[in-house]
Structure formats: structure tokens, C-alpha cells
Ligand binder design. Structure first.
Ligand code: SF4
Ligand code: SF4
Ligand code: SF4
Length: 452
């Protein structure tokens, strides 16, 4: 069988033994990831980009039409990260420049290297989701996505947050427990078409656990996992570190059905239970803010944009939460004797939540790409670049957005169908199954209404 036939099978089958190991199929890809020098080059490129954003944001004009920092961050980098979630999960974290300063300080011995306290392990998830909510709120209300200075402050805050944790704790505690970008990337990675996992047959009788602890002068896993412990896509940074520490060639990079992890977890990841309703609610609120109907909400709160958006955000979040509760009620399964509480409506809605984020970022990209070169020209005092301006009309972006959202809804229907045919077989009434499909359609219609 050709590799691409096997690849196609891995993507569509529900048989987990059919997953294609991309490291075996493309040994050059494995060599690339295992060569730390290559990662260093990619990281340096990321460092340079962040440096440009910081210098441009802090020392350039505080006007998005004359400073490229804004579009570089919100229009290019962020949509690229969002797009990468669907293919390579959290691999962005492997080259992310945020932890660079902290890692440097640790290498110089400037860290207390304390163990992670239990409160951080327990409550980190809530704090990072809260920070994510704050970032989205600030992005919109304080217009950070149009402010070079605000953008630079945000980037610097995350760098300092990561460095502060590196000074106190060993490893990348910020990345594992608090980073809001890491948290949303982890939740999105649960629907990626790839996964980084150990081959447990090869791990049998391993005494070193070097993938987690490191060895021979090499650092261990920065987020305290190691390939052996990776069971889902939530926390592994796909940094490739353990490729060099494991001497049994156990780590694999598997191509998979993108919905297999969602179907297996059935909504028991706390991260997703909070992020998904917030993300869908905030997307609806963010899109609605650009519609004429937003004036009605503004009038309601006396014209304050901050109050109007906050009201809309809380209202949309509440509505999505109610939809999820209703969906769980229709499914009729909310606990598992082994794993405890389940929220199966959450994995059903995950494709729509993250496709929705991609669509929102695509609008930002499409709205700004035609002005990027002229903006660079204004900043560099090169007026001839003005002639390179262009604009993308709304209609193709709307059609593409609707197509993506339709795919998200079809994926939601597929996950629901798999639930009903497999784990919940015979437990969901036909009338409830139909009502659940109607509920998915309501979510789709809500998206279409705010997009068009
Ligand atoms: S968790 Fe956050 S800081 Fe860490 S690598 Fe990922 S995005 Fe960067
Ligand atoms: S991944 Fe490698 S180092 Fe880690 S437990 Fe398996 S064999 Fe040992
Ligand atoms: S398990 Fe391996 S690839 Fe994943 S974060 Fe740890 S060292 Fe990196």
C-alpha cells in the first residue's frame, strides 16, 4: 500500500491501530526534529520576529496604519498559529519564543528550581482560562489588535510571566500550567490530525525514563511529561526534546482521525469544558460587535463600548453554556463510573469552536493583508509602497467562512453519530438524536447570522 493510501486510511478510520507513523514514513522529518540545531534556527527566527514586534511597538508610532507590529502579531502570527493547530497540534510551542528568556536564565543557573506546588497543578487550568478571557476582552475593548504599544505590552507581559516562573520553578511551569495561549492551543490540539506518542512496546522495561528526566547532560521534558506519559494532545509541546533523550527510538508522530481523541475523551477534559463555551460565546460577541445591531446594545448601556461588549460576552457565554447543558441533557450521559464527570456536548462542539476562531482570525488577516506593505512603507518612509495597497472584498471571505463553519457543523454531527453508534449505543432516543442535530444547526445558524 502506498504511503498516501495509508495516510488517507489513518485520517478516516476509527481503528487506532491504523495510524501512520510519519517518523517512519519520512525519516528526514524525524531527523529534522531531532536535530536541535534546526529547532534553534526556527526559534531564532521566532525571536527575531518578536524582537521586531517589541521594538516597533515600543519605539515606533502608536498608530496601526503606520506600524507593522499590529498586523505582524494579530494578522499573520496569530492566524498562522490557529491554522497550525489543525495539522500539528501544539507544535508552535516547540518554537515559541516566549519561554526563551526563562530557559536562558535557568541555563545560567539563575533559578530556584522549586518543585511545582500542588495549588498550581490544581488551579492552573482555571487561572489560564481566566487569563485567556482577559486577553480576548482586552484585545477587543482596549483595541489591542489595533494598538502597537498595547500589542508590545501584551507580548512583553507573557515573556516576563514565563521568565518569572522559570526563575522560581524548574522546567517550563508557565507553559504547563498557566500560559493562556498554551491552554487554548492544547484544547485545539485535541482535534489535530497528528499526535505525538510513545510506542509503549518499546518502552517496556525501560529503566531510564530519559524522555521525562533527561540524561547525559540533556534536559528532560520541559513540561514534566516525557513521551511515555503523553496520553492526549493537551500538554505535550511537540518540542522533539525526547527524540534525543530516548535511546529506544520510541517516540512516534502519528497521523490519525482528527476526531478520535474527542470521541475517546467524551468531554472529560476540564480545559475544554471552560474554553469551548467561552470561545464560541466570545466569537459570536466579537463578530456581533462589527454589526449594525451592536448599536442597540450600545444604547442599552449608555454608549460605553466596554460595557456593551462585556454584556454581549456574558450573554453569549451564558447562552452557549445553556446550549451545552441542554445537549448533555439530551444525550443523557454526564458521568462515567471510572473517570467521573463527562460533558459529551463539549467535544461535539470543539470543531465549531476552533473553526470559528480560525474564521475570526481569517477576517482579520483578509482585512489587513492589503494594507501591510503600505503600512511598512509609511513606517520606513517609503511612500512608493502606497501603490501596492489592495483590498479583499467581503463576499469571498464570507463564503469561505460559511464553508468552514459548515465543515465544523458536519464534524460535530459526525462525532455525535459516532457517540450514538459506539459508546452511547442504545442510550440516546431517536427524538433526542434529532433534537441534538437541530441544536448543532442552531449553532451553525448563529455563526452564519453573525458572519453575513
Ligand atoms: S505554552 Fe505559551 S509560552 Fe509556552 S511555548 Fe506554548 S505558547 Fe509559548
Ligand atoms: S520513550 Fe524512551 S526513554 Fe521514555 S520510557 Fe519509552 S523507551 Fe524509555
Ligand atoms: S513529551 Fe517530548 S515532545 Fe512532548 S513536551 Fe515533553 S519533551 Fe517535548
Amino acid at each position: 500500500m502506498n504511503w498516501w493510501t495509508k495516510a488517507l486510511r489513518s485520517l478516516i478510520t476509527s481503528d487506532t491501530s491504523e495510524k501512520l507513523d510519519l517518523f517512519k514514513t519520512f525519516p528526514g522529518f524525524r531527523r529534522f526534529l531531532a536535530t536541535r540545531h534546526h529547532y534553534a534556527i526556527l526559534r531564532t527566527a521566532g525571536d527575531i520576529l518578536f524582537l521586531v514586534v517589541l521594538i516597533s511597538g515600543f519605539f515606533g508610532p502608536n498608530d496601526a496604519t503606520r506600524n507593522v507590529a499590529v498586523f505582524l502579531t494579530w494578522g499573520l502570527l496569530w492566524p498562522a498559529i490557529v491554522l497550525s493547530w489543525f495539522f500539528v497540534g501544539r507544535m508552535w510551542c516547540g518554537i515559541c519564543p516566549f519561554p526563551g528568556l526563562g530557559v536562558f536564565l535557568q541555563r545560567k543557573g539563575l533559578s530556584f528550581s522549586l518543585k511545582i506546588p500542588s495549588f498550581l497543578q490544581k488551579y492552573g487550568v482555571y487561572s489560564s482560562v481566566f487569563l485567556l478571557a482577559v486577553i480576548i476582552w482586552i484585545e477587543v475593548v482596549a483595541n489591542f489588535d489595533h494598538s502597537p504599544l498595547g500589542t508590545s505590552y501584551l507580548v512583553l507581559t507573557i515573556i516576563l510571566g514565563s521568565a518569572g516562573f522559570a526563575i522560581v520553578y524548574n522546567g517550563q511551569a508557565w507553559c504547563r500550567h498557566l500560559c493562556p495561549l498554551g491552554r487554548i492551543s492544547g484544547a485545539a490540539a485535541t482535534l489535530a490530525i497528528t499526535e505525538f506518542r510513545a510506542n509503549h512496546d518499546r518502552c517496556r522495561n525501560c529503566k531510564t525514563f530519559a524522555c521525562q528526566r533527561g540524561g547525559e547532560g540533556k534536559r528532560g521534558c520541559p513540561v514534566y511529561l516525557g513521551a511515555y506519559s503523553v496520553r492526549n494532545n493537551l500538554h505535550c509541546l511537540v518540542c522533539g526534546h525526547c527524540l534525543t533523550t530516548c535511546d529506544r527510538d520510541s517516540p512516534q508522530f502519528l497521523l490519525r482521525n482528527p476526531y478520535s481523541e474527542l470521541i475517546t475523551n467524551k468531554g472529560r477534559y476540564i480545559t475544554c469544558s471552560y474554553i469551548v463555551p467561552f470561545l464560541i460565546g466570545s466569537q459570536l460577541a466579537r463578530f456581533l460587535r462589527h454589526k449594525e445591531a451592536y448599536v442597540v446594545v450600545l444604547d442599552l448601556v449608555g454608549g460605553s463600548d466596554a460595557a456593551a461588549f462585556s454584556l454581549l460576552l456574558v450573554f453569549s457565554f451564558g447562552l452557549v453554556l445553556a446550549g451545552i447543558r441542554f445537549g448533555n441533557f439530551l444525550l443523557g450521559i454526564d458521568t462515567d463510573p471510572i473517570v467521573g464527570r463527562l460533558s459529551p456536548m463539549v467535544p461535539i462542539l470543539i470543531p465549531m469552536a476552533f473553526v470559528g476562531e480560525l474564521v475570526y482570525r481569517m477576517w482579520f488577516f483578509a482585512g489587513g493583508i492589503g494594507e501591510f506593505i503600505p503600512t511598512l512603507g509609511r513606517q520606513m518612509h517609503l511612500p512608493w509602497m502606497e501603490s501596492l495597497a489592495f483590498s479583499i472584498p467581503d463576499s469571498p471571505v464570507q463564503i469561505l467562512s460559511a464553508f468552514f463553519m459548515l465543515n465544523g457543523a458536519v464534524a460535530a454531527g459526525y462525532i455525535l453519530w459516532r457517540f450514538c453508534m459506539e459508546d452511547f449505543d442504545g442510550l440516546v432516543k431517536l427524538s433526542h438524536f434529532i433534537a441534538l442535530n437541530c441544536l448543532i444547526s442552531v449553532f451553525l445558524l448563529a455563526y452564519l447570522a453573525v458572519i453575513f
